[in-house]
Design a protein around this ligand. Structure first.
Ligand SMILES: [Zn+2]
Length: 185
């Protein structure tokens, strides 16, 4: 069987990104985030396609499509929590910033609280994230976030996780950020 190289990627879909089968309600499938080059890509895969994936994902979560009466809970805290855990363990400056912003977005959704930890001089500040739903608490790096970095990081997280309609609509999966041009204002 050929390994599929074109995937439908992006936020949680109703279809497997590998074979295109519709996920039945309440049947677990794999929701995972891969690191490819410098970019994170999200794919939701059925059991068979996940087994055939070319390599292990950066972050992984088993999830289900809720029955329609539950669909207001589209945001999957399990995947977000697991992704946060992996980002926090990664140690690079960019992942640290992404982890910090993700934690702050979870605070805004009232899913966690974030407690600043005493900072050692010269070290990256750290914080403790406590989940209200019983996920295990964790420590994350909490570097200062600059105004210019936040939109790009926020956009990345919006593409990976279903944050829902806060502010402007999510760009479509195939949309690429326009080349920034500082001339011609
Ligand atoms: Zn599949």
């Amino acid at each position: 069987m050929a390994i599929r190289t074109e995937w439908r990627i992006g936020k949680k879909g109703q279809l497997c990104a590998g074979c295109g089968k519709v996920f039945p309600f309440d049947v677990p499938f794999h929701s995972a985030i891969w690191l490819e080059g410098e970019a994170f890509l999200r794919r939701d895969l059925c059991e068979a396609c996940y087994g055939a994936a070319p390599g292990p994902p950066f972050s992984h979560w088993r999830t289900t499509i809720p029955r329609p009466e539950d669909q207001k809970r589209a945001f999957d805290l399990g995947l977000a929590a697991e992704f946060l855990r992996r980002l926090a363990a990664d140690g690079t400056a960019e992942r640290a910033a992404l982890a910090h912003l993700l934690a702050l977005l979870l605070v805004r959704k009232r899913l966690v609280r974030v407690i600043d930890l005493p900072a050692a001089a010269g070290a990256v500040p750290r914080a403790r994230v406590e989940f209200h739903d019983g996920h295990e608490a964790l420590e994350i790096p909490a570097p200062p976030l600059s105004e210019e970095d936040i939109p790009g990081l926020r956009e990345q997280l919006g593409r990976l996780l279903d944050f829902g309609p806060e502010g402007k609509p999510e760009p479509s999966v195939s949309a690429r950020p326009e080349e920034s041009s500082s001339t011609g204002e």
